[in-house]
Design a protein around this ligand. Sequence first.
Ligand SMILES: Nc1ncnc2c1ncn2[C@@H]1O[C@H](COP(=O)(O)OP(=O)(O)O)[C@@H](O)[C@H]1O
Ligand SMILES: [Mg+2]
Length: 368
Amino acid sequence: MGNHHDTGRPVLSVRGLHVDYHLDPPVHAVRDLNLVLRRGEVLGIAGESGCGKSTLAYAVNRLLRPPAEVVAGSVVFHGADGHDTDVLALTGDALRSFRWRRIAMVFQGAMNALNPVLTIHTQLTDVLAAHEPGSRRRDRARRCAELLSLVGVHPDRARSYPHELSGGMRQRVMIAMALALNPDVLVMDEPTTALDVVVQRDILRELGRLRERFGFALVFITHDLSLLLEISDRIAIMYAGRVVEEGTATRLLTAPRHPYTTGLLGSFPSLTGPHQDLRGIPGQPPDLTQALAHCAFHDRCPHRRDVCAHQRPPLGPAPTTGDDPAPGGETHLVACHAWHPDRYGAPPPTPLRNGTFHPTHTAEGVDP
Ligand SMILES: Nc1ncnc2c1ncn2[C@@H]1O[C@H](COP(=O)(O)OP(=O)(O)O)[C@@H](O)[C@H]1O
Ligand SMILES: [Mg+2]
């Protein structure tokens, strides 16, 4: 998506993050997660339902509630002024002003989260009044109209109640609210999942324009990898609470390394590309109450080796091979034994192409 403000400087760093839901037994929803978000970039996060995407989003926004708890790790916000903030240590007023001003979030299902008995105008100006108590009523009304037109909603619609607006318009209103205080980071968790494809694309295009103009970094979370490929600069693939592959959108599309990424690529129709046969990934994600000291994907993986059932592959630089259009280097990371033949003495699998599995061998229990 080119042309960024301050691109390259980190704005948010997540280090060694672990989040548990304290149930019996406990659910280890996010596990040793490391991610750096840069100013002005679009970072996509993809993975099947239940892999910990929303838990991660809630953790960085400090919105986790019991039984969820951050049990290890850090989240640091790097201010435009060079000042670092320990996000997990914020309390009281500092936390309230951090949320919305620094990081704002649009939730999964947010378009149904508007208060049904209040007009759009009231809800938007309430956000402004809460965060800018000294502001004048008239200025807030002007800002409300401005925000609505920014997201492509006619300011006259401010007088409407949520049920008078379409799903797409309600979603735009939620985006306007999230942008009300000009945040450095906008986190969107499955924001368009309930919308039809045409409306989704319009909203994504609008978001792209807003980001170019205001320079916020966008974390866009979805189970639909094909959507992310269109809008993201970088993509992190999550599986069982961890990042299993991370790289530029181009890299992940042209040279995916993790068999799970390849499976996801084959699971959704491309909005622009040619028709392809869709195949889901056989099997189920693992039970997150388990410790998972091995590769969490091994029982579903067409490339699994003995080592995969015993040892967890570290997230490391993706090796280059003959099929690479350009080497990924340090910017393309993967956690897969099969792609570290040097370390484990096994030959690399047949290159994976265009979202289709090409198993090199048939492991026990895996269908050919
Ligand atoms: N409020 C909750 N209480 C208990 N377990 C939860 C809760 N929310 C999520 N989980 C569990 O945490 C794991 C990750 O969930 P989630 O972060 O919602 O994943 P995703 O957003 O990728 O679908 C899942 O196993 C889910 O069942
Ligand atoms: Mg979710």
